[in-house]
Design a protein around this ligand. Structure first.
Ligand SMILES: Cc1cc2nc3c(=O)[nH]c(=O)nc-3n(C[C@H](O)[C@H](O)[C@H](O)COP(=O)(O)OP(=O)(O)OC[C@H]3O[C@@H](n4cnc5c(N)ncnc54)[C@H](O)[C@@H]3O)c2cc1C
Length: 385
């Protein structure tokens, strides 16, 4: 076995960032991924200021700035288009070198991280390796994988489970969840129609208040993506129909005709947090550790923060720092951050409470600063990485 090698299960954003930080700290890694390469899932599109600081540390932020869009404010609007609040990220200028949002597809981040790892001697990338078993004892971790050539074993000293919401590793090391929240249903709509033709000053990240909850509107270089919470009375098949989605977009943006859509996907999510983020030599990171709703850009950013924290703790451990102290620190602080962020999620789910908070912030720059420090995760990044 390669001494002190860390196994990373999953080549999504969390796993690939953890692997990158580990090799930069001189720790060998092996990434086992069920799919044929880095996760191609588009999904999230907003990288927050706190995350840009992290990605800058591995030389990625400049590359992203070359290809992505930059958002300078977060808007809140009423259905129909009227502005409730426009929160300028400039209030964070003294807190970060990156007082803006970078809008790019999650898949682009994964592709760039994978490319970086391919050139690292300390990284071994194993696509087409699906984890089906784990042995986690005082001597190390062995994962059993299924491959096109049959079953195999991969051995390491520690492991990071970054295999997503339905994490197999989490199940294999017998970690359950704290009380899960209610499941929400959403329709995620992508359109290459430029919504700025209808609402010219629409910010790249906008939340639209609609019938008690918030709809998230995000722009990448390729498309606009609109995430609409669904009420119980809308059946699944109707929710993704052209008629429903086109009319919903027209109502949200005050347009007198249906807006053309390229894709509408039904998505179910709930707020739930793993009961512990550590079992022996295995740490959970990203969606394997917590699931948030798709509104608020929390999932991806929280996962990337977990990744860097897990990698830093494991890098310290292999340099002979106290294992339990470091790994318990990870478990304690990252779980606390996930709990706190789940608590602030009301801002982007509860229309009345969110409206009051953003109107207060729009009227007072100190209040705007406090709110944005929390929602862009600059606060939690200072204490828990
Ligand atoms: C439809 C949708 C919309 C979303 N919208 C947003 C948004 O707007 N904002 C936001 O912040 N977040 C959003 N999210 C959440 C965000 O995409 C996730 O938080 C993020 O992908 C988590 O990254 P991850 O690396 O933890 O897991 P994932 O991205 O799920 O990656 C897990 C990886 O593990 C691999 N894997 C799985 N099982 C195994 C196994 N047994 N063995 C080996 N490999 C395995 C998978 O193939 C995958 O590559 C959305 C999610 C979805 C599904």
């Amino acid at each position: 076995m390669i001494p002190n090698r860390v196994i990373v299960a999953g080549a999504g954003p969390a796993g690939l960032l953890a692997a990158t930080v580990l090799v930069r700290n001189g720790v060998p890694v092996v990434v086992v991924e069920a799919g044929p390469g880095p996760s191609p899932a588009g999904r999230s599109s907003t990288l927050m200021p706190s995350t840009l600081g992290i990605l800058d540390g591995i030389g990625l932020t400049d590359r992203l700035l070359d290809i992505a869009l930059v958002g300078r404010s977060i808007q809140y609007r009423k259905a129909g288009g009227a502005v409730i609040a426009d929160l300028d990220l400039d209030v964070l200028t003294h807190d970060t070198r990156f007082p803006y949002l970078v809008q790019c597809e999650q898949a682009t981040v994964c592709a760039l991280l994978w490319e970086k790892l391919e050139s690292e001697e300390l990284a071994e990338l194993l696509p087409g390796h699906r984890v089906v078993g784990v042995t986690n004892d005082a001597y190390g971790v062995v994962v059993n994988v299924e491959t096109a050539d049959g079953p195999a074993e991969v051995a390491g000293t520690y492991a990071i489970a970054a295999d997503g919401t339905d994490s197999v590793v989490r199940g294999l090391v017998e970690i359950g969840f704290d009380d899960p929240g209610e499941e929400g249903r959403f329709v995620i709509v992508s359109t290459t129609f430029d919504l700025r033709e209808v609402v010219p000053d629409l910010a790249y990240v906008t939340y639209v208040a609609d019938r008690g909850s918030w709809v998230a509107v995000e722009r990448t270089a390729e498309r606009w993506r609109v995430t609409i919470p669904l009420s119980a009375e809308v059946p699944d098949d109707e929710a993704t129909s052209d008629a429903y989605v086109g009319a919903a977009l027209a109502a949200l943006f005050g347009h007198d005709q249906p807006i053309p859509v390229d894709e509408a996907l039904l998505f179910r999510a709930q707020h739930r947090i793993a009961s512990t983020f550590r079992r022996g030599r295995v740490l959970l990171a990203g969606n394997a550790a917590h699931e948030t709703g798709p509104i608020g850009a929390l999932g991806l950013n929280l996962g990337l923060h977990d990744a860097v924290s897990a990698a830093r703790r494991l890098s310290a451990v292999v340099q002979w720092w106290d294992e339990d102290e470091e790994l318990d620190w990870y478990e304690r602080y990252r779980k606390k951050v996930a709990e706190e962020l789940t608590e602030v999620a009301w801002l982007h789910t509860d229309e009345a409470a969110g409206t009051a908070a953003v109107q207060t912030a729009a009227a007072d720059s100190d209040a705007a600063h406090d709110l944005l420090m929390r929602t862009t995760m600059l606060d939690s990044a200072r204490t828990s990485l």
